[in-house]
Design a protein around this ligand. Structure first.
Ligand SMILES: Cc1cc2nc3c(=O)[nH]c(=O)nc-3n(C[C@H](O)[C@H](O)[C@H](O)COP(=O)(O)OP(=O)(O)OC[C@H]3O[C@@H](n4cnc5c(N)ncnc54)[C@H](O)[C@@H]3O)c2cc1C
Length: 615
């Protein structure tokens, strides 16, 4: 084994969506960072759908951007169709989504990594994470090189002992076309980590020229929905449409008559898959009364004819895939370029990481992305940036950044991962957040940019911009609550007028230009939302504050739950397993009842750490 002569502060393993954000955050915080990945041609590869964002996922991309991450900027300049999902509903659930030119996305992200100071991007397959006295000291690669470092962020995705299934055939791989990571799984087990098994799947890709678009509905994009709060001035790519079609009765018959050949139904697949993202065989079986299922035909890029058939992920054999795809009128002559498949992989079972994303038992080892049991590019990137920041914080001797549930979807996700066991791959939904009206996609910069600035990722100029935006917003919300206008022979403040459903900031601006200022679309919109929803926002802010008092009640490390009289046995076991650091976390552990929490709180209020709560 040859030792690389220069030690690194931080090594990030895997340049997927989590790894790219982790490495960029750490390098921008001034750490000498190495991003080591199996194949430099697959940096930031979209393993499944060629799209970024969506409901709740789009919120997280905005949060990543607010913190100083890259995903939003890269999709802004590589998107080929943009839409704001849910825009007919309340603003809390609007979700920006973009179809990506997936090759352009990869190349753009790779180039940004290559240009980042303090960051080295190298090809290499990690086989071992080295520790001394339970602390990370380096890694070794399959190519016979060892690297010294002070901390590691591990983001190996679906690669750990990955096993691909297409019907009766299965083989090892990280995803189609990639090697699996087998040695690394064993290395993690040697470190004492407990691994479980999950599963996910992907649909076939077909050639565009083999689709009869006359039998589909066109779904054009909308005017550009920007993800990033910054404007890099990069022009957009040409925009394209997606198309909608449906499965048929024949599709259903073909699938049902071949269901025994699906490894999911024959029992070959042991890993647990996501219920919220069922395969087509699952849909046909579980929703047997449904006559047809919707399919989106999504182009994979501007310089390829490959089309992603969204809605028919499958692990059926190739011949059955071909039959059921060709049972759809628009796809009668479809040419499958890549077959659908399912993949099983190892993940680190919940309860082994702290809210900082550092392993509880191995100092300096941080985990982010699919390895923590999540599914999705945005979930991975959201953990990646936090793991990168916190690994850098550890090396620099600073406290970790832990986002609260009332501050960010990323905070909700990490809290869930730390306190809840998984019974399927974890994906973000708006329903997981208690304070949805506070966590809107449009205000992520106001909520989070200061954290990026304090970490050293966001520069002073960008930070000043958000401070100025906040100042204007607060001033205007106050001011418009004091300016009266005569309407229907009565006096109303502009704030009151804005609350009327027929009024918007733009209409009132046109009506009262002497009293209302035009600050540009972004700030005008914030003022409007803050006034229109003032009552609800205030209520949620008060609730979040009240909860925070209990939420942050500290549980000292190593607390002996056996010694707390009155706790139920199940609660004792769960609390010992997840080792929550606050009452808030303890409350969310399944199997811990409100009565257990009351008993625990009484015990804790006698603890001097929580003196402030007592006073
Ligand atoms: C078949 C399939 C279907 C999917 N379906 C969906 C879906 O429907 N919806 C959805 O949201 N998400 C889906 N995903 C998941 C999505 O791809 C992941 O959630 C996301 O990419 C995870 O990001 P990550 O950064 O954790 O890992 P990845 O993006 O998988 O990146 C892992 C990186 O680590 C590298 N690596 C692995 N082992 C090593 C090693 N030992 N040494 C060096 N480098 C290593 C790999 O080369 C890769 O670059 C699917 C994935 C697959 C494979």
């Amino acid at each position: 084994m040859w030792k690389f002569p220069v030690p690194y502060d931080l090594i990030v393993i895997g340049a997927g969506h989590a790894g790219c954000e982790a490495a960029l955050a750490s390098a921008r915080m001034g750490l000498k960072t190495l991003l080591l990945t199996m194949n430099l041609d697959t940096v930031a590869k979209m393993s499944c759908n060629p799209a970024v964002g969506g409901i709740a996922k789009g919120h997280m991309v905005r949060e990543i951007d607010a913190l100083g991450g890259e995903m939003g900027k890269v999709i802004d300049c590589t998107g080929i169709q943009y839409r704001m999902l849910n825009s007919t509903k309340g603003p809390a659930v609007w979700g920006p989504r973009a179809q990506a030119d997936k090759w352009a996305y990869q190349i753009e992200m790779k180039h940004r990594l290559e240009k980042t100071p303090n960051l080295d991007l190298k090809q290499g397959t990690i086989e071992d994470v080295l520790i001394q006295n339970n602390k990370v000291i380096g890694v070794t690669t399959k190519e016979g090189i060892s690297y010294d470092c002070q901390a590691v962020v591990l983001t190996s995705g679906t690669f750990l002992r990955g096993l691909l299934h297409i019907g009766e055939t299965n083989y090892s791989g990280g995803r189609a076309g990639d090697q699996p990571s087998v040695a690394l799984s064993s290395s993690l087990e040697k470190l004492g980590l407990q691994l479980g098994r999950l599963k996910t799947g992907t649909p076939p890709r077909i050639n565009r020229r083999s689709i009869d678009y006359t039998l589909t509905e066109e779904q054009p994009g909308e005017p550009w929905v920007k993800f990033s709060f910054d404007d890099e001035g990069i022009p957009r790519l040409p925009q394209v449409s997606c198309h909608i079609t449906y499965t048929t009765e024949e599709t259903k018959k073909i699938i049902l008559s071949n269901i025994h050949r699906s490894p999911m139904y024959s029992g070959k697949i042991k890993g647990i898959g996501p219920r919220y993202c069922p395969s087509i065989e699952d849909k046909v079986v579980r929703f047997s009364d449904k006559e047809r299922h919707q399919i989106f035909l999504e182009p994979e890029g501007l310089h390829t004819e490959e089309v992603y058939v969204n809605g028919v992920s499958s692990s059926l054999p190739f011949d059955v895939q071909l039959q059921f795809i060709r049972s759809i009128p628009a796809l009668r002559n479809a040419e499958i370029m890549r077959p659908a498949y399912a993949i099983e992989y190892d993940y680190v079972i919940s309860g082994q990481i702290q809210p900082s994303l550092e392993c509880k038992t191995v100092e300096g080892l941080f985990l982010a992305g699919q390895i923590n049991g999540t599914s999705g590019y945005e979930e991975a990137a959201g953990q990646g940036i936090i793991a990168g920041i916190n690994a850098a914080n550890r090396v620099q001797g600073r406290p970790p950044l832990i986002l609260q549930r009332s501050e960010a979807y990323i905070g909700v996700m990490i809290d869930d991962l730390v306190t809840k066991g998984l019974d399927e791959p974890y994906r973000m939904f708006t329903s997981r957040a208690e304070h949805r009206l506070l966590l809107r996609q449009d205000n992520a910069d106001l909520r989070l940019r200061h954290y990026g600035y304090e970490a050293g990722i966001i520069d002073g100029q960008r930070y000043q911009r958000v401070c100025e935006k906040k100042r204007i917003l607060e001033e205007e919300v106050r001011r418009l609550g004091k300016i009266f206008k005569q309407v229907d022979a009565k006096g109303y403040t502009i704030a009151q007028l804005l609350c009327r459903p027929e009024n918007t900031y733009a209409t009132l601006l046109a009506q009262y230009p002497e009293s209302i200022q035009d600050f540009g679309e972004e700030i005008n919109f914030q003022i409007e939302l803050n006034l229109k929803y003032a009552g609800y926002i205030d209520r949620q802010t008060q609730e979040a504050k009240k909860l925070a008092n209990v939420e942050n009640l500290v549980i000292p490390p190593g607390l002996d739950y056996q010694s707390i009289h009155g706790l139920r046995n199940e609660a004792r076991q769960k609390l010992a397993k997840f080792a929550p650091t606050t009452i808030g976390q303890a409350q969310r552990i399944s199997g811990v009842s409100p009565a257990d929490i009351s008993i625990l709180m009484i015990a804790l209020l006698r603890n001097p750490v929580n003196d402030e709560m007592n006073s």
